[in-house]
Design a protein around this ligand. Structure first.
Ligand code: FAD
Length: 372
């Protein structure tokens, strides 16, 4: 059995279980400079209020019963939904959009309409273009003014449904979406899309030994012994994953879409009857939280997340999450976050919450047992 991480439990739990890596008996690993027998240094994040360069809040489009990818008829048009991805919309974007285009495109002739220009709309539009269709994206707002621009950008299928509220059929969709996204993001790693792999440390209360299909998305998953990290924490687990600098990524995706002949049109739809005016007979609904008002989906709720962004520190090449919140280092700044506020519709950051986020990280990094 391999050591695997149940992130959902790791973030919630509080009891501690230790562990270590097993090495072959005669292995001698030379220690890098500055490494003691008890502490492996990492660059310290300077989590100081004076280094905050901006603050943001965004509303995750959360559905306890999971994202919606479904086809239905709307008058003489076909409508394919692709919305409701909670805190995992960047992660699931390619795969969920692949499910959507596979429901919509076969047998379709003519141009295609995509409603919404966040990560889901852009991915859906690109996949339709790759399949040879002319596409127009209609949206109320375009990047950088979408929720997708606010996302931290960790590739992790986390925080987008409740275990006891989803169907077996939906689980199959989730699994297929994750598989496609995972492969697609890997071939986009690099500066042009702002995607990179980073080692990720998580404060753990109860590392779980398990083996299931999600292990594949937490490669190098392990319990990190104390002498292999500097955090002032008893239990830390680790894995590697990709991080997306969302501003740069969405800019590049929009360019790709336009270079391939795609058209952008600003338009707000008050209800589905407005789609009747569109010249296209196939419409993809990628309106995120907007689907609640547009389609009366009461199960879709906002889960607000707030972020403090600090001056960039290129030397910080790892991510962290735990009781302090989370820290994702990106070229455009160090993201400190960690709030999950259900049913809060106000998309303005709350200064008191931001101050708490910065302070919890200040205390965490000030407590480093050794530094690089
Ligand atoms: C603080 C925070 C951190 C996050 N971190 C991560 C993370 O680390 N990893 C991850 O995978 N996900 C993360 N997410 C989640 C992610 O941001 C969302 O799941 C994702 O952005 C949803 O994308 P979307 O395209 O469906 O919606 P949006 O980005 O909201 O795009 C919706 C589009 O539809 C348009 N629209 C809406 N209503 C209408 C209408 N009536 N008429 C016309 N156009 C309309 C909008 O203008 C917009 O263009 C985070 C979210 C937040 C808030």
């Amino acid at each position: 059995m391999t050591v695997a991480l149940d992130r959902r439990r790791i973030l919630k739990a509080s009891a501690i279980v230790g562990g270590g890596l097993l090495l072959p008996a005669c292995t001698t690993i030379p220690k890098p400079r500055g490494v003691s027998a008890t502490c492996m240094p990492l660059a310290r994040v300077l989590a100081d209020p004076t280094r905050v360069i901006r603050t943001v809040a965004g509303l995750r489009p959360y559905r306890a019963s999971g994202f919606v990818v479904r086809r239905e008829a709307l008058g003489d048009k076909a409508l394919v939904h692709n919305y409701g991805h909670g805190g995992a919309g960047i992660t699931l974007s390619w795969g969920s959009s692949k499910l959507a285009v596979d429901l919509g495109l076969p047998g379709h002739k003519g141009a295609v309409a995509v409603i919404g220009a966040g990560v889901m709309g852009l991915s859906t539009a690109r996949l339709a273009q790759e399949a040879g269709f002319d596409v127009t994206i209609y949206a109320k707002d375009f990047p950088p003014h979408t929720t997708s621009n606010i996302a931290g950008g960790q590739i992790s299928p986390f925080g987008h449904f409740r275990e006891d509220s989803v169907t077996p059929e939906w689980r199959l969709q989730f699994r297929a979406a994750m598989d496609y996204s995972w492969r697609r993001f890997q071939i986009m790693v690099g500066d042009d899309y702002g995607i990179r792999w980073l080692p990720t440390y998580e404060q753990s209360s109860k590392p779980v030994l398990r083996s299931d299909w999600m292990d594949a998305y937490y490669p190098h998953g392990r319990i990190v012994p104390q002498h292999e990290h500097p955090f002032p924490l008893d239990n830390v687990v680790g894995f590697d994953t990709m991080y997306v600098e969302t501003g740069r990524y969405l800019r590049q995706m929009t360019r790709d879409f336009q270079v391939a002949g795609g058209k952008l049109q600003r338009r707000e739809f008050a209800n589905p009857a407005n789609f009747a005016d569109l010249p296209e007979t196939l419409v993809f609904n990628c309106t995120g939280l907007g689907s609640r008002a547009l389609f009366g989906d009461e199960g879709l709720i906002p889960v607000r997340g707030q972020l403090a962004i600090l001056l960039p520190q290129p030397e910080v090449r790892y991510a962290f999450s735990g009781e302090a919140g989370y820290m994702f280092p990106r070229a455009d700044g160090i993201l400190l976050g960690g709030t999950f506020e259900r049913n809060v519709w106000d998309a303005n950051p709350d200064p008191a919450a931001i101050a708490r986020i910065v302070d919890s990280h200040r205390r965490l990094f000030a407590g480093f047992r050794c530094t690089a």
